[in-house]
Design a protein around this ligand. Structure first.
Ligand code: NDP
Ligand code: A1CAB
Length: 283
């Protein structure tokens, strides 16, 4: 099996769907004619995506049905709260050979199966938005009926836009806290660094360039040296020097614990969003 011969239909046209198909289109992983995108109602958004990527887009009921029926892989990319109604629409259109890839935070394989009322192979994933530039990382769990070839195909799709990490399903929430939400923590940190630079007298452009290159360099250092971040940090931190004072300031605000709390909060919220749908199913 090869991903380049497959047809992929994205159900949901938001930031995450775009990050994935942008990565696939720009890396020429499959022909643009093989990629289609639908959403609930926002026609302007679909027009914009069609113009940008030359992929097929439609939320016309008849065309949407055809796109879904023809797809080998369906990517579920709506918010958890919209999953139930979206899945009801999907159910009559599915055939059992289609691979269902979900990027929805918190929604378990079991709930997806219950909602879809089918026995399709389910690939539950947690990507991140850096997939759009081929630097994403995607956590993946498979339902027990995803065969070897289908697993390879799914891995091929996400490896093409970054790296993948196959984990047991009960690890996907904590993985969401680390890498799904993770880019936001670094952007948050960057916002603060730029603001401080500007307050201290740098131009916005200078502060942004310095911050950008610093985070890029730090990430490459971890990757290329293979050294632990703690070791690299100690090399920046001259005893009694400026960095030591900076780390002291971070420690005095319990930033280390705060970051851990942020990871746990994201994991907890993901679980909660999935649980809410499970509860509404039982009712
Ligand atoms: N953003 C991120 O960094 C990440 C997001 N995720 C997951 O991806 C999913 C989408 O998130 P994100 O892209 O940020 O969300 P957005 O709000 O940007 O996009 C949601 C999309 O879902 C569509 N939609 C809603 N209801 C339906 C329906 N019934 N049928 C078809 N499409 C529908 C919306 O269409 P319309 O506008 O027409 O209503 C919209 O295009 C979430 O479940 C999230 O947990 C996972 C990893 C990272
Ligand atoms: O914020 C969210 O709920 C999604 C999941 C991880 C990143 N974005």
């Amino acid at each position: 099996m090869n991903i380049s011969t497959k047809k992929i239909c994205f159900i949901g046209a938001g930031s995450m769907a775009e990050a994935i198909f942008k990565g696939l289109v720009e890396k020429e992983i499959l022909p643009v004619q093989h990629i289609s995108v639908t959403n609930q109602q926002d026609q302007n958004r679909l027009n914009e995506l069609n113009m940008l990527y030359d992929i097929q887009t439609s939320n016309n009921a008849v065309i949407k049905k055809d796109l879904i029926k023809q797809a080998d892989i369906l990517v579920l990319a709506m918010k958890p709260k919209d999953a139930e109604s979206a899945f009801q629409e999907l159910n009559p259109l599915l055939n059992e050979t289609q691979i269902i890839v979900s990027v929805i935070a918190g929604l378990t394989i079991e709930t997806i199966q219950d909602l879809l009322k089918t026995n399709n192979p389910i690939v539950r994933t947690m990507p991140n938005t850096s997939s759009s530039i081929g630097l994403g990382v995607t956590g993946i769990s498979f339902s027990s009926n995803v065969n070897e070839k289908q697993q390879q195909l799914s891995l091929e799709m996400f490896d093409a836009i970054g790296t993948t990490c196959v984990v047991p399903e009960n690890k996907l929430e904590i993985l969401t806290g680390v890498s799904g939400s993770g880019p936001a923590y670094f952007y948050y940190m960057m916002e603060a660094m730029v603001q401080a630079g500007v307050s201290g007298g740098l131009s916005e452009e200078q502060a942004m360039d310095l911050t950008k290159q610093t985070i890029l360099g730090a990430a490459h250092m971890v990757q290329e040296t293979g050294e632990h971040p703690a070791e690299l940090r100690s090399k920046v931190t001259s005893p009694g020097g400026a960095t030591a004072k900076a780390i002291e300031a971070l420690d005095s605000h319990h930033i280390h614990e705060a970051v851990q709390k942020a990871v746990y909060a994201s994991a907890e919220k993901s679980k909660e969003m999935g649980e809410m749908i499970k509860v509404s199913l039982v009712k």
